[in-house]
Design a protein around this ligand. Structure first.
Ligand code: IMP
Length: 434
């Protein structure tokens, strides 16, 4: 099995970074296919802590290629800071590859992100203000800068001469902070970016496909989660990229038949950052307790995440959109010592029972969760011992919680994560690359 995708089944922050880290030992390439530095993951290698947003997690692993695919939007200003972090820790970016087709996040995109949010008023999305939406807007409007442009001075001059005045006018119209740069200073900045990463820019679709032809192991690393997908998520409370399975094809430049397995990462409860419907959301003390126990604070924004019970209507939707072949249940240890665990199996909307996640935000806002109540289990002190004892020796109630999810989604939960460290993982499958 030479390719595996890792996709979050909820609204992001499911613990994909840890699972990528667990599986990437045997991977040759780790490929990001969507999103930008709105993502955030903390990786610990040899005791060194890296907080990465734009760089793919594989970059800190010697001997691997970390690929930023064409579907990603890249902020080279901020990527430079992450690169410095890696270099200062004694690492290298030798393995970094950036698609020549990847679009660049410019300073004016960040300013526009803030200004658009102000315009939305009470309909605010709660974006990360990283300029992700405005950068994708420019891609679709065909006025974006691509990484490959950095390698062509004449093309850059030409594009800067019409895009910069256009963007300055838009900033002005929206009452956003003005952009002080001139054509020359922007070109100069882009020359610096070329000096920094020009040698990493290439046709990454060719690279990934040829690597697969050679039998190399490839991980497609999703960012955010399926429910933040621009088409299939809780629109408009979504990010601006294709986070579901199809995004791998368009965002990495591979055909559907090149994806051999898709791991759906499901947090044992649900969290979401920013605005938007959340049917199983808790409130008050109950929510705060789960937020603190689970350490649910954003790596990118530091915001406290909204918390609620496991919602299998959500997970069924994402499983259908992504084609999960395996599940990885994360943070189930956080639910220990809760006597009874509600699991949402349907919604009641206007007196009707609904089993498929609806598109309508107003219906979602009226939806009431239909719960099944599963028995809780007692926690433990020594996670290492629990992992060594294996799946069959987990508390029976915990196994039932996992198997209830498996039955609902008709997909095996091959990985169970019981803590933040790579070793705190029960792997019921063992071999992933044959
Ligand atoms: P944007 O991606 O910054 O445009 O934000 C759009 C929505 O996606 C907001 O609700 C964000 O909080 C959410 N979002 C973006 N990136 C992440 C992430 O990595 N984890 C969780 N939520 C995210």
């Amino acid at each position: 099995m030479p390719s595996l995708a890792i996709i979050g089944a909820q609204w992001g922050d499911e613990g994909k970074g840890k699972i990528t880290d667990y599986l990437d030992e045997e991977a040759d390439l780790i490929v990001r296919f969507q999103g930008g530095n709105n993502a955030g993951h903390t990786i610990i290698v040899d005791g060194k802590v890296f907080k990465l947003h734009g760089l793919p997690s594989g970059v800190v692993r010697p001997g691997k290629l970390a690929v930023i695919g064409n579907g990603v939007v890249v902020n080279l200003e901020e990527l430079g800071e992450e690169i410095d972090q890696v270099l200062q820790a004694g690492g290298s970016i030798d393995g970094l590859r950036i698609s020549d087709r990847a679009h660049l996040i410019m300073n004016y995109h960040k300013k526009l992100d803030g200004a658009e949010e102000k315009y939305r008023g009470k309909n605010v999305v709660g974006t990360t203000k990283k300029g992700i939406g405005p950068a994708y807007q420019d891609k679709i409007a065909r006025i974006g800068f691509r990484a490959g442009d950095l390698l062509e001075d004449d093309l850059l001059d030409d594009k800067i001469s019409f895009i910069l005045p256009y963007k300055k006018d838009i900033l002005d119209l929206m009452g956003a902070e003005p952009c002080s740069c001139t054509d020359e200073s922007l070109h100069e900045k882009m020359r610096r970016w070329r000096d920094m990463v020009g040698h990493c820019i290439c046709d990454t679709s060719v690279l990934v496909n040829e690597s697969l032809d050679q039998g190399k192991n490839v991980i497609f690393e999703g960012a955010q989660g399926a429910m933040l997908d621009i088409d299939h998520g809780t629109y408009p409370y979504v990010t601006s990229s294709a986070t579901c399975g199809g995004g791998i094809c368009t965002g990495a430049g591979v055909a559907p038949n090149r994806i051999d397995g898709v791991i759906g990462v499901i947090k044992a409860y649900t969290t979401r950052v920013g605005e938007g419907p959340f049917v199983t959301e808790l409130s008050g003390e109950e929510e705060l307790a789960l937020q603190h126990k689970g350490g649910e604070f954003g790596v990118t924004t530091g915001r406290g995440r909204r918390c609620g019970w496991l919602d299998l209507v959500v997970c069924e939707h994402s499983a259908r959109m992504c084609g999960f072949t395996s599940l990885c249940m994360t943070k189930i240890d956080i639910l220990s010592d809760i006597p009874e665990l509600p699991v949402c199996v349907a919604y009641e909307i206007d007196g009707e029972e609904v089993r498929h996640f609806p598109a309508s935000i107003s219906k979602l806002n009226r939806a009431k969760p239909v719960y099944e109540y599963l028995k809780g289990w007692k926690g433990w002190d020594d996670t290492g011992a629990v992992v060594r004892a294996g799946y069959d020796n987990l508390p029976g109630e915990m196994r039932e919680y996992i198997e209830f999810t498996e039955r609902y989604l008709k997909t095996p939960a091959d990985l169970i994560s019981l803590g933040p460290d790579r070793d705190e993982t029960i792997d019921r499958r063992g071999s992933w690359w044959n």
